[in-house]
Design a protein. Structure first.
Length: 505
């Protein structure tokens, strides 16, 4: 009894957990690795031609429908090499490079579409070789491929892959992400080999200076950058880390590379918990905004889609522990006093002026004028009775969203979606008893609808709660609600998040 794989397995490739950028990277990996394997032969030819190694990716439509075209000017394949390339699972001779498992081109092409054609001409060979793969026919055990040969000049060299009968199309939103990810993934090739990668006619680029020129400077004017090199078993880890002067969560974090190709990196960077905290850096503190670097992992296995490191046993825990040993001082530096000047959450002058201009249109509006001029302010007792009635109605029905006890004081926070849009944005009961403060926030208020992200929601909740606590503190300290005293205590409360960050390691 023999173990066998039926040809129908090819239909399952379309269900692999690829993304468009990692699937396209399979073709780019083949092109670049082919260049590396034959650099001494190909590079002089490219210089004579006045060209660099180039890969072009195009998603387009013609009379026969949508298609994806991948073109390169690498060394190309002979008939024998092309035959090896369509054998599923036959590893390449050089398994230490980017083409590891002998399945990438096949799985990626089938993931994109059910019909694909490879045309290739190897430098110095007489013929262009071409084959067409029809997934449905292969699955039905029609395994003879349509192989054609055309005579071409000996000096030509290229490979093109055309994919049709698409399972997936590259829509506009996906196209933007493809450009971002591929630009990051092949950063080393752009820098070291003048590699040219085009997507939809646009040349992709990566500028190392955009990050390294943003690193903190020492008093001597040198960039704060630390190189490291250590081993985990028989595997090698090396790289660099630095602290950016101006924080940016999108740009921060580590990029993991293997064979000079990004496996995990911008814009979804690796954030080891030992350095970044939480679930792989879930917070938006200054370490998550400012600590940045690259890590090369040599000898570690990668997934067949080459988007994940497959750690063995305790390798990941040991990696993260050693990274902390190397970079603990850099974590502390990221939390230093300079953060007040470089935190991405602080507003820029331009942002402040834009905000003021927008607010100006609000404050000089007819609606503002009408409210200021004509609003009949209700009596204080009427407002108190009305607000307490709403507060009691809500708090009797639901549990608080957050309950915090600080010594003898208990703070009850309710985020209510059961209130009317006409109810107040917040109702505060802060002076009835010394033991409790109630804050009821109206999620149906029009202002809540303007809160666009978790940071704006956090700040809104923070202001509502700190207003209440400042009222409570002032009233039970001096026996009355004094506006300046309230603002003075709230000022101290608003500094708490920064104090917490400053003292956290």
């Amino acid at each position: 009894m023999n173990f066998q794989l039926g040809p129908e397995i090819i239909t399952s490739y379309k269900r692999l957990s690829y993304t468009a950028w990692y699937a396209l990277a399979e073709f780019i990996d083949n092109s670049t690795q082919s260049y590396f394997n034959n650099e001494s032969i190909l590079e002089p030819v490219l210089r004579i031609e006045g060209k660099n190694l180039t890969v072009k990716i195009t998603f387009a439509t013609d009379l026969n429908g949508d298609y994806i075209l991948i073109e390169d000017n690498s060394i190309g394949m002979s008939a024998e090499e092309l035959e090896d390339a369509v054998i599923v699972g036959k590893p390449p001779k050089n398994q230490g490079g980017r083409s590891k498992y002998g399945i990438g081109m096949k799985t990626a092409a089938c993931w994109f579409g059910d019909m694909w054609t490879v045309r290739t001409k190897k430098l110095g060979e007489e013929f262009e070789e071409s084959i067409t793969i029809n997934v449905d026919e292969i699955a039905s055990s029609h395994l003879d491929l349509n192989h054609q040969r055309i005579s071409k000049p000996l000096g030509e060299h290229y490979t093109t892959i055309e994919i049709r009968h698409l399972n997936r199309k590259i829509i506009k939103r996906t196209a933007g992400r493809v450009k971002t990810y591929l630009s990051s993934m092949y950063r080393r090739d752009f820098n070291n080999y003048n590699f040219e990668l085009y997507f939809q006619g646009n040349k992709l680029e990566w500028d190392y200076d955009l990050i390294q020129n943003r690193l903190l400077l020492t008093p001597e004017g040198e960039r704060v950058l630390h190189s490291f090199n250590f081993e985990i078993g028989d595997k090698t880890v090396k790289g660099w880390a630095g602290v950016m002067e101006k924080g940016s969560r999108m740009d921060a974090g580590f990029t993991i590379l293997q064979s000079d190709r990004v496996i995990i990196g911008f814009p979804d960077s690796y954030r080891p918990e030992t350095l970044f905290g939480g679930q792989e850096g879930g917070s938006n503190d200054l370490v998550n905004q400012r600590l940045v670097g690259e890590i090369e992992l040599d000898g570690f296995e990668v997934s067949h889609t080459k988007d994940e490191i497959l750690y063995e046993d305790q390798d990941k825990d040991e990696l993260e522990a050693k990274l902390f040993d190397e970079l603990a001082d850099y974590k502390r530096l990221a939390l230093s006093y300079r953060k007040y000047q470089s935190d991405e959450r602080s507003t820029k002058d331009d942002d402040s002026m834009i905000a003021l201009n927008e607010f100006e249109s609000e404050i000089i509006s007819d609606e503002f004028d009408d409210l200021i001029t004509n609003y009949d302010v209700p009596s204080d007792d009427l407002l108190k009775d009305s607000n307490i009635a709403v507060l009691q109605s809500v708090t009797k029905k639901v549990e608080p969203s957050l309950k915090a006890k600080i010594k003898d004081l208990t703070i009850y926070i309710y985020l209510s979606d059961g209130m009317s849009p006409n109810d107040p944005y917040v109702i505060i009961d802060s002076i009835r008893t010394k033991e409790s403060v109630y804050i009821l926030i109206n999620k149906n208020h029009p202002h809540w609808m303007q809160l666009k992200n978790k940071e704006s929601i956090l700040n809104f909740i923070r202001h509502c709660v700190y207003d209440a606590v400042a009222e409570w503190k002032t009233y039970f300290k001096i026996g009355k609600i004094e506006p300046d005293t309230i603002k003075d205590f709230k000022d101290k409360l608003l500094r708490i998040p920064f104090e917490i960050e400053k003292h956290s390691i």
